[in-house]
Design a binder for this molecule. Structure first.
Ligand code: NAD
Ligand code: ZN
Length: 353
């Protein structure tokens, strides 16, 4: 779990005092990895005091993170500052949050990033890393993984060294998120709660967080009693609870199919989950009903026919990627899932999307 966290509107302004005790005597610099959306605003840089050799590196979230991108970024940081940094501060949506966790790990572990995709393969503790989410929903700010696309697969670096040492939850940073993005990333949290609560891996720990995440999502996306500020605050906490819920259980069918879309088509996680979840009424009937209600309420139009132009080979890869995520299917359907899910059935689902 993340050992230190502060929450509050405007709490980002406390960044300088939070990291001050971690500044070492040898003046090792902090590296701020900031979502490049913030280049055009002074929201972030006006609140960071750069000392000595501290650097801000703007990172694009146009594409989801790749292992090769982490290798390049680590090399760039080593060349840029020449010493081991005092810490990595990641400020952005799930993409930049995940990149920051991966960079912090790869600054202390040799070899290629793709060698660490999997479970508990990281040998050395990461350098001090702080996460500041600027979109709510993924739960990446709290999770034990950083999801990366490598040469062979899209798979997280799941390890005890992955979670942040400190998280700053400042809902004011999410004010500028466009409506569609707000919905797609928010639905990631909603889907985490549905998949967790309807999974066979469920236990009291996960359930308690999943129920809270679901309750908060309903308040934000269905009920009409919140102010804008309350809604931002609550969605940030929903994201946290959704992340905590799956940390001790697992996601399910929507995530398995969405990983397939992402691998072959590059579809981003939030919108990909929505495209998939819209067709999963046979598996999550109540959740999908609620989802359709929220989609209608917020006038969200999802793309259609995303698999129309796929070749046979593409379908095979997509189906293989989705079906290789065994724990996700097992969580959703139990250990006999292979008798319920066939490649043809997965293909039929993809063709509906
Ligand atoms: P994102 O980080 O991809 O960002 C989406 C867009 O919003 C980008 O264009 C970005 O520049 C912009 N943006 C970010 N903050 C903004 C702000 N405050 N105002 C305006 N625009 C802003 O979106 P996301 O949905 O948060 O993250 C998706 C990523 O999270 C995927 O890579 C996915 O794999 C990952 N993820 C990780 C975990 C985990 O546990 N590690 C869990 C779920 C998802
Ligand atoms: Zn997700």
């Amino acid at each position: 779990m993340v050992p230190r966290i502060i929450f509050g509107r405007g709490s980002f302004n406390q960044m300088n005092e939070i990291i001050a005790p971690k500044r070492s005597l040898n003046q090792a610099p902090f590296i701020f990895l900031v979502d490049d959306f913030f280049v055009a605003t002074d929201k972030i840089n006006s609140n960071i005091d750069l000392y000595g050799n501290d650097k801000i590196i703007y990172v694009s979230a146009k594409e989801e993170p790749k292992t090769s991108q982490i290798d390049d970024l680590v090399k760039h940081i080593k060349e840029l500052v020449g010493v081991q940094p005092a810490g990595i501060i990641g400020i952005g949506g799930g993409t930049v949050i995940d990149i920051s966790k991966a960079v912090a790990i790869m600054l202390t572990n040799n070899g290629r990033t793709c060698d660490y995709q999997g479970w508990d393969l990281v040998k050395n503790p990461a350098i001090y890393h702080v996460g500041v989410p600027t979109i709510s929903g993924t739960g990446a700010e709290v999770s034990r993984t950083t999801v990366l696309t490598g040469p062979e697969r899209k798979l997280g670096i799941n390890s005890d060294f992955t979670p942040f040492d400190q998280v700053i939850l400042d809902p004011e940073l999410t004010i500028s998120v466009p409506k569609d993005q707000w919905f797609f990333t928010g639905m990631d949290c909603f889907i985490h709660s549905i998949e967790s609560l309807n999974g066979t891996y469920l236990n009291a720990f996960s359930q308690s967080y999943g129920e809270k995440a679901l309750d908060l999502c309903k308040q934000v996306f269905i009920e009409d009693h919140l102010t804008k500020e309350e809604s931002q605050d609550k969605l940030m906490m929903a994201s946290w609870h959704g992340g905590m819920s799956i940390a001790y259980s697992q996601v399910g069918i929507a995530h398995a199919l969405s990983y397939g879309l992402s691998y072959v088509l590059g579809t981003k996680h939030g919108i990909g989950n929505c495209i998939v979840f819209d067709h999963l009424e046979d598996y999550y009937p109540e959740g999908v009903n609620l989802f359709k209600e929220m989609k209608a309420k917020h006038d969200i139009i999802l793309p259609k026919g995303v698999c129309t132009n796929l070749k046979e080979d593409d379908f095979d890869v997509m189906i293989n990627v989705a079906m290789s995520l065994e724990p996700l299917w097992e969580n959703a359907l139990g250990n006999q899932w292979r008798s319920l899910i066939t490649p043809q059935l997965v293909r039929n689902l993809y063709e509906k999307m």
